[in-house]
Design a protein around this ligand. Structure first.
Ligand SMILES: [Zn+2]
Length: 91
């Protein structure tokens, strides 16, 4: 069982981790960021802004950047509990 770390979304360490853990979603996020010329402040799912960092309540190593629409979809469609991450220094 691999050990995952609590990381700020869209950092290089975060991408390494999600590529291993959620490869399809990670590749899609990489494509979105590349279409936005490397703007890592956008939503992981759709590329909208503003977006904020969230962690799954039951697993703080599962972190993503969501806009308000995508956060709403995760909560209502997937019944996932996401809480806002305490902002830390971007590395
Ligand atoms: Zn979004």
């Amino acid at each position: 069982m691999p050990v995952y770390t609590h990381l700020t979304p869209h950092t290089s360490a975060w991408f390494e981790q999600v590529l291993e853990r959620f490869p399809k979603r990670a590749v899609s996020t990489l494509m979105i960021i590349s279409m936005l010329n490397g703007d890592i402040s956008a939503c992981s799912i759709c590329g909208d802004k503003p977006a904020s960092n969230y962690q799954l309540q039951s697993d703080d190593t599962n972190t993503w950047k969501f806009c308000s629409d995508c956060l709403g979809i995760r909560k209502t469609v997937y019944s996932e509990a996401w809480i806002r991450m305490i902002e830390s220094v971007q590395t």
